[in-house]
Design a protein around this ligand. Structure first.
Ligand SMILES: Cc1cc2nc3c(=O)[nH]c(=O)nc-3n(C[C@H](O)[C@H](O)[C@H](O)COP(=O)(O)O)c2cc1C
Length: 496
């Protein structure tokens, strides 16, 4: 019991190390039957997991209350291997969490994975190591819990003991592990190692102040805290929260109106000014609409794709200008391009990646659009990842078929953050908006159909391209193809 005489610990005397246990999370009921059949109930739905040998049933049942991770991983016996495989399977489905508890005591820290691949690893720390909190780490209240998170971390830490929160607060400055171990409320090497593995703490170099330039490479240095948090929280792949149009306030708040209530002043009627034939631009704007179903019998052709990309995204000119410090001195040369759509500061940080499902004249696969050379460059990506990306797009559009081409708009964050820092991510999203409209109009003009997609999976894209999520990653998507015959609607003359 905290504060009892028994638990009082003298300075410099470490308590017994806490045990790391794995267990199914609160939303899950695990069923392991005597014949070895394993299933789960989540939100009232039953899911089959598979079979284990009858000899492993009792241990597998332990995953309901918590099994020490060290008792089965790394596996020493065949039964350990079976339990580890089951635990990893449950983990990949987001059904497992972990807890740190002193032997025989209550959990002091629970670990909630945020990505399916998370598996707790305790980074090795020696007495000479120096650790410090990442500038991206934060503690906040979630319901009645205190949680420690970071947009860099693949897991979230629920802190049940306030003394641990207080001890972590002391890590805002670099601390030597040997010194920390002397503290009365030392959090333990296991927790420090887990936090280092999750990049919530990082090992600092001797004499370092642990500030921004010391954490990560230059691609990380340019990120501000709020921007990286916004990026990881408004996309899929690196957080466990559910996203999408979930209508969480139905029945609690009245639906806001589609059109704003008019202001009280006398309105000046503009309708009398309309007249004459609609300009080609006005006609194109009116013809544009979202097309979610594509013609399976008639895929888009490579020639159409080339015209579409040329109209919407090709580099039109390039120029270089020296950086001007404003006091008569100049710095490095800065390179710029112009393209058909506007971009904050002419940064043009957005790149187009094409996941091609069906295109006449172009093999299925992932390509980067080289906007300067007006060329498509293939990127080797695994088939299941291509499928997963296309299927997620269909799901977002609530349509049974796959898009013929899925365009992922990815941002080279450092290109824009190097200049704008705190504004950078908001500018990226504004740039995505104008690019999406340009893609819509170019598709309509070429006689194709398309639809913007509001979510993207930043972890999946990182796996497909090998680019870390903070270096270059998805900020928007656009499904493209030849609309299914009934989905094309009326297009004005000249726009078929
Ligand atoms: C930023 C943005 C995100 C969108 N995300 C989705 C999406 O995820 N799924 C979808 O079916 N439509 C999506 N849309 C399309 C809108 O639903 C569509 O533009 C809107 O219903 C108006 O219809 P219209 O485009 O045919 O005029 C998105 C549009 C925008 C601009």
């Amino acid at each position: 019991m905290p504060g009892s005489r028994k638990s009082k610990k003298k300075r410099g005397q470490e308590a017994a190390p806490p045990v790391l246990v794995a267990r199914v999370n609160e939303q899950v009921a695990l069923e392991v039957y005597a014949n070895g059949k394993v299933g789960t109930y989540v939100d009232g739905y039953a899911f089959e997991i598979g079979m284990i040998s009858p000899g492993s049933v009792k241990r597998a049942q332990g995953l309901s209350e918590g099994l020490p991770v060290g008792s089965f991983s790394p596996a020493r016996k065949p039964v350990d291997r079976e339990i580890e495989a089951l635990a990893r399977h449950l983990a990949r489905r987001g059904l497992l969490e972990y807890g740190l508890a002193p032997p025989g005591g209550d959990t002091v820290v629970a670990i909630e994975p945020q990505i399916p691949d998370y598996w707790p690893q305790i980074a090795k720390l020696g007495n000479a190591d120096i650790v410090v909190l990442s500038r991206f780490a934060y503690l906040r209240r979630r319901g009645s819990d205190l949680v420690l998170e970071s947009p860099r971390s693949p897991a979230l830490f629920r802190i049940a003991d306030p003394r641990i929160a207080a001890a972590l607060a002391a890590l805002t400055a670099p601390q030597k592990v040997s010194k920390l171990r002397q503290e009365k409320d030392f959090v333990g090497l296991a927790l420090l190692g887990l936090l280092v593995d999750c990049e919530i703490l990082f090992k600092a170099k001797p004499k370092s102040d642990g500030l921004r330039p010391d954490e990560g490479d230059e691609n990380l240095v340019v990120w501000d805290f709020h921007d990286l948090l916004f990026h990881t929280r408004s996309t899929e792949g690196r957080q466990a929260n559910l996203l999408g149009g979930r209508f969480p306030y139905v029945g609690k708040i009245a639906p806001p109106p589609a059109v704003r209530a008019p202001w009280g002043g006398t309105a000046i009627d503009l309708q009398g000014f309309a007249g004459g034939a609609a300009s080609p631009l006005a006609a194109l704007l009116r013809a544009r609409r979202s097309v979610r179903d594509f013609d399976e019998a008639k895929p888009i052709t490579l020639a159409e794709l080339a015209r579409f990309l040329d109209a919407a995204a090709r580099v039109q000119s390039k120029w270089t200008t020296p950086f001007d410090f404003g006091d008569g001195t100049v710095g490095p040369d800065l390179n710029y391009t112009s393209r058909p759509y506007p971009s904050a500061g002419s940064a043009y940080e957005l790149e187009l990646y094409l996941t091609v499902n069906a295109c006449e004249g172009l093999a299925r696969g992932l390509y980067h659009y080289d906007a300067d050379r007006h060329a498509l460059v293939p990127i080797e990506a695994r088939a299941p990842e291509l499928e997963a990306q296309l299927a997620a797009a269909s799901f977002a559009m609530d349509t049974p078929g796959l898009p013929q081409i899925l365009i992922t708009i990815a941002a080279r964050f450092n290109r824009i953050a190097w200049k704008y820092s705190a504004l950078a991510y908001s500018l990226v999203l504004k740039d995505v908006g104008v690019l999406l409209q340009t893609l819509y109009l170019a598709a309509t003009d070429v006689g194709l159909g398309g639809c913007a997609i509001g979510t993207s999976n930043i972890d999946l894209f990182a796996k497909m391209t090998g680019q870390p999520f903070h270096v270059e990653g998805p900020v928007g998507q656009f499904a493209l193809g030849r609309g299914a015959p009934e989905g094309l609607g009326e297009l004005p003359a000249g726009h078929r």
